[in-house]
Write a protein of this length. Sequence first.
Length: 164
Amino acid sequence: MVPIFPELLPYLREVFENAEPGNEYVITRYGLHNLNLRTQFQRIIAKAGLKAWPKLFQNLRSTRETELAETWPEHVVCAWIGNSKVVARKHYLQVADEHFERAAQLPDGPDGVTSEATQNPTQQMSELSRKASHTVHESAFCDVKRGPARLCKASLGRIGFEPM
């Protein structure tokens, strides 16, 4: 059993309401076992003016498994998707751009506004004295695919991570 997720429910409900009385399935067009869904999917993507990903269905499944893993326990997601935790970790779960973006944001203050006042006050004085030696470049996270020269986008100065 797999839950019907809220983002799909309106579409499935509409198809159900338009189905012939007594139909067992609401989607009947693609019920043939010898139908190549990938080819039809690629046609739809091309018609929309988009470029198809490699391994279309595997990538869709991987994306959905990653989305579900953000909310649900791993064993539940694996039961719904139909794979083991080992397979999910090795082949399906992804690190998304949103993960980097969230990690690079400053913590929110109690009123929901990003604030430097949420930092530990004992760190602020030493942090202010070191600010001048630090230069931050275009991004707060690293693009590891571009090689070692692009790994560090923020110089640390003479001190490094830890105080002397």
